[in-house]
Ligand binder design. Structure first.
Ligand code: IPE
Ligand code: IPE
Ligand code: MG
Length: 247
């Protein structure tokens, strides 16, 4: 069976408001959000999505009270510890993207175990963005490329830093970007990779997100005409030769 290259990215927003509306502490919303992640990963596997990138914690989220950021970090650790085995069973390759230098040793260990356990999996690629900033990621990729520069073997700036080389290190372009929680913004998520992503915004708060909502977003995607700056339309997919989509 041909492997799907279809990339769905989700800004999982609305946990806090979901909890507040129920008279619960915000952290209860994050806990319910973790259950929605489990459901969504399962649904995405069934829908043959190639890559699913989930925005779990932005670098700007460090500006929240320490009690909330601490609880979120503990939830990530618990999620990784409990889900690594399930990912393995389902052939899901789990990766964490974002800055690592501000994460606790316990969380780093859980990430290392989850990534190593599922490294050989050939099914869906699940990327969880923690301490992630799109701008910071672009800067770091550019700095890494420039580190290759040496005056002895003269290389032109273009040869060490091109659109292609940056795209290669930043990972796959996004086909469908979903944001829950009713806000219409990117909040520093996958800025480079979403250049031609189809955007779907839903008022559903993340803890209430179900397989049906994911299917509805995919149906919306299929109804769109993607033109990539040209005049030909690639309904529900990308131009052949650029990226091939099975959906
Ligand atoms: C998304 O939900 C989870 C994180 C950003 C960590 P929020 O916590 O932003 O929930 P709202 O937007 O305040 O409702
Ligand atoms: C974006 O949500 C980050 C995540 C969902 C992890 P925020 O709630 O932090 O975004 P803003 O502050 O509303 O832009
Ligand atoms: Mg929010």
């Amino acid at each position: 069976m041909e492997k799907s290259t279809f990339h769905v990215a989700i800004i999982m927003d609305g946990n806090g408001r979901w909890a507040t509306a129920r008279g619960l502490p915000r952290v209860a919303g994050h806990r319910a959000g973790a259950d929605a992640v489990r459901r969504t990963v399962e649904a995405a596997c069934k829908l043959e999505i190639g890559t699913l990138t989930l925005y779990a914690f932005s670098s700007d989220n460090w500006g929240r009270p320490a009690a909330e950021t601490g609880a979120l970090m503990q939830l990530f650790e618990a999620y990784l510890s409990s889900e690594a085995a399930r990912c393995l069973e389902n052939g899901v390759r789990l990766e964490v993207t974002g800055r690592r230098d501000r994460l606790s040793p316990a969380l780093l260990a859980a990430i290392a175990i989850a990534e190593a356990t599922t490294a050989h999996c050939e099914g869906m690629r699940l990327r969880i963005a923690v301490d992630y900033s799109g701008r910071d990621e672009i800067l770091r990729a550019a700095r890494l490329a420039l580190a290759d520069f040496s005056p002895e073997r003269f290389l032109s700036p273009e040869s060490i830093l091109s659109g292609e080389s940056l795209s290669g290190s930043l990972g796959p372009d996004v086909d469908l970007l979903i944001r829950t929680g009713g806000e219409h913004r990117l909040s520093d998520f996958l800025l480079w990779q979403s250049a031609y992503a189809e955007l779907v915004f839903t008022p559903v708060m993340w803890p209430d997100f179900t397989a049906r909502d994911l299917e509805a977003a995919l149906a919306e995607f299929r109804s769109r005409d993607r033109r990539f700056g040209g005049i030909q339309s690639y309904s529900g997919g990308s131009p052949p030769g650029l990226v091939f989509h099975r959906l």
